[in-house]
Unconditional design. Structure first.
Length: 331
């Protein structure tokens, strides 16, 4: 055998062996990092809604956790100051994309990485918060879905005033440690002027703050209540609902589960659909689309729900012209 033939045969054997080893390697399974301020346990479902819708939508797109995709969950369990460390853990794991549930989680993810794609779910005003350059052209490594929460605050005030024309002082209960929630309060204060309404700021940051907040609303005789929701205020749903019922306060909430649990009114987008859409964003990114090239999506369908049963129980009358506008009335 000539040297030339020998080396050709050796190269061919080497190529065959390498190809065989490579062919035996399982394909790389992409990993999704899930970053949320809420809880993983079902007992804290209030602070962890719609995860199932996200997973179901992924499945419909062909992704099954544990088979052809892996999901790394990181829950702050209501302690937002832990989000930065949890985001850093996901970055260290080199996940392919991070899904950030709400504003604090998105801000933490943004601080942790400028290269791993981030799909935000829930920030009310991502442009003003500095998360994206614009809705149409996010730029950078962040895209996702906005809840339009800041703009919707004005609509919620309008509905409260329309249902109860005599109200003049609306207490706004919110987590004052959350910058996104503070934006909503500021927006409400501007819009309230045109409605002839004064906003009473009632901020809470710790569980013990609620009693002082309730006392402040009572002593200053608030005519109505507008609750701004984040993980912290959601965890104290029962306390808030009981206070509003005790003092017969017309109250507006941002999520339908508050009204289903006995609250008076809610106006807002479908969270279920938003989480399903988040799966579509993940799919696009895993298939190679840059997050900065995917426009931020805003909700287009909103629901106005009234719990007439709760209104009757606390002696409140909802005008017929408001009832007829409701998408759903709980009787």
């Amino acid at each position: 055998m000539s040297k030339k033939v020998f080396w050709l045969a050796l190269c061919a054997l080497h190529f065959t062996l390498c190809f065989s080893v490579e062919a035996q390697q399982p394909p790389k399974v992409p990993r999704i990092g899930w970053l949320a301020a809420g809880f993983a346990t079902s007992s804290s479902e209030l602070a962890n809604p719609n995860t199932g819708e996200f997973l179901q939508a992924l499945k419909e797109l062909g992704y099954v956790d544990g088979k052809n995709i892996g999901i790394e969950y990181r829950w702050a369990e209501g302690k937002q100051n832990q989000l930065s460390d949890l985001a850093a853990e996901l970055v260290a794991l080199k996940v392919d994309v991070i899904v950030a549930r709400n504003t604090p989680a998105t801000l933490a993810a943004k601080r942790a990485t400028t290269t791993i794609p981030i799909v935000m779910v829930g920030p009310g005003d991502p442009v003003r918060l500095g998360l994206v350059a614009s809705l149409a052209r996010p730029g950078g490594n962040i895209t996702g879905l906005s809840l339009l929460s800041t703009e919707l605050t004005g609509k919620r005030l309008e509905l409260l005033k329309e249902a109860f024309p005599k109200i003049a002082r609306v207490a706004m209960l919110w987590n004052s440690a959350d910058s996104a929630m503070t934006l909503r309060v500021k927006e409400a204060e501007v819009l309230a002027q045109g409605l002839g309404v004064t906003i009473q700021r009632v901020g809470v940051q710790e569980p013990n703050d609620f009693e002082a907040a309730f006392a402040a609303m009572s002593s200053k005789a608030a005519d109505a209540l507008l609750v701004v929701l984040d993980t912290f205020t959601i965890l104290h749903q029962r306390r808030v609902l009981e206070f509003a019922a005790k003092y017969r306060l017309p109250a507006m909430y941002e999520r339908i589960d508050f009204v289903e649990a006995g609250g008076l009114m809610t106006y807002g987008p479908s969270l279920s659909e938003i989480f399903r859409r988040a799966a579509v964003y993940v799919d696009k990114i895993l298939k190679g689309t840059k997050p900065g090239d995917i426009p931020v999506e805003q909700p287009t369908k909103f629901e106005f729900v009234i719990n007439l049963k709760s209104a009757n129980q606390i002696g409140l009358t909802i005008p017929p012209n408001v009832l007829v506008r409701a998408d759903r009335v709980i009787r």
